[in-house]
Design a protein around this ligand. Sequence first.
Ligand SMILES: [Zn+2]
Length: 615
Amino acid sequence: MASETLAGQAPAARSRNRVEIPDRFKWDVLDIFPNWEAWDGAYKELDTGIAQYAQLKGTLGQGPAQLLDAFRRSERLGQLAYRVWYFPSLQYDQDQRDNTINARRQQVQILFAKWKQAESWFSPELLQIPLETVRAWMDREPPLALYRFAIENLYRQQEHVLDEAGEKLMSLSSRLSQAPYDAYAALSTADARFPTITLSDGEEITVSYGQYRAVLATRHNQADREKAFTALHESYKATLNTYAALYNAVCQRDWFQARARGYASTLEAALHGDNIPTSVVENLIETTRAGVGPLRRYHQLRRRALNVPTYQVYDFSIPLVSFDKKYSYHEVLDWIVDAEAPLGPDYQALMRKGFSSHWIDVYENEGKRSGAYSAPVYGVHPYMLLNYTDTLDDVFTTAHEMGHSMHTILSHETQPFIYSDYTIFVAEVPSTLSEALLLEYMLARSTDPTERIVLLQHAIDNITGTFYTQVLFADYELRAHRLAEQDQPITAEILTETYTQLLKDYYGDAVDLNPHTGITWSRIPHFFNSPYYVYQYATCFASAAKIARQIMAGGREAAEARDRFLNLLRAGGSDYPMELLRKAGVDLSQPDTVRAVVDQLDSLVTRLEKELAAR
Ligand SMILES: [Zn+2]
């Protein structure tokens, strides 16, 4: 999520040459391979291993030894693949103008495609063997029992696998399934004509999405923000019926696939992979709808503080106070580590090690990839890409990515390879918690009232953007898909009405609407690209809020909550995400986890009110 926030900002001057940056601010890729010859050797080893793996086809039925052999070989390939991929990939992100490295990166992508093909026989062949037989094998051959969860999960998913003719038909139709998004991408970018507007100071800008975001976040003249908003949405409105036809295709495709595989709904089909019950999304939406009070109170506060004649969605991101404090990198590292004190000294020591061991590529340079990420290089250590420019956002991004890295370290050192990777459903929990702890730490220490306002604003924007907006999105997706499921028409008018009603349900009269607000659905790529995905940001956020509340409560309960949280990180992907979270004290099928976010926002808005009143 951090990278998405950053991507929306105006492009910074990335003019520094990489050689001018001292080595202590760069990651060291030589921890992966000492040189390209070593990488080349590993690449060939992977290539050979893939060919050998393909030879195992037809052997699984022979017995537990053969099944174990297939698992172990696959794990060895998987471990090697991390290093073979990240060695060129990280170097490419250092400077994306380097075509030699890009070619090597693409070479790995081609090999991965070959690998996918070479192992495609495994699941169908395993599933031919009755589960009872495989269970008996696991009892007889103890090393095979390590793979129990992975095996049982495959059989669980088999419930919705069709017979051979059915699967063939599905795979033939799969080539069409990407068409709505491809058309959406072409319509909204390649074929889009972004309008040019003149702002109040005479500056002329082309309203691309990046420029639009920049105007909303920096232009204090409301008329400028309105102009950019109207211009951008006019460009979507010009082809709104086409966007609606494409979105109808998304919903119809999802409903076709769900029915073909015997699911009761599109939501059930989407959640089955991670074994998440549909009640999680329904509960998330219901509890959030009942908890919109603090959201409205926050926007009413903004309306008063900005003192504008009408308060609209284009007024959401303009800062309430001006603030340009710089945060130097070496100074904030201590804060980030100190802030994690509730997680214990061992956790802090690991973090300190991460900050001082050439894991992080800190500053921007010519050609470097934008945004931020943490890359889990199995068998080496996590690598973090930042584009640190001394802003408060950068401080929180650093804490966020470090949360991901800590998850990687604890999971990799505890789990066997097959369970070392964690799903998106839990991934944003440690990163969000890391930010929450840093916020409390900085708020408690700041002696500058303006800084406290900016900190509170940052935390509130995180909740409104990462939580409430994503729930509203999920709510919209669910409603639109239900139209398809109930054989109702899906047109531009109906989608706009649906979206407008949602805005009213969530914001009430705290926000004024205009004729363009309701067509927002047409410009959200996630709706067209990955339906039923964004709700996971909200559930992660809620889980982190619940855990943060327990950890910061102090006393024995806090110590227990901390241990449960660390065990969640150590557990990696060794169980279904709902189970892992339940063990960490979070039950997403119950309203109290979601209410933790509502309560958190409520208390932050109260603090912001006090700070603003004191000015
Ligand atoms: Zn993240």
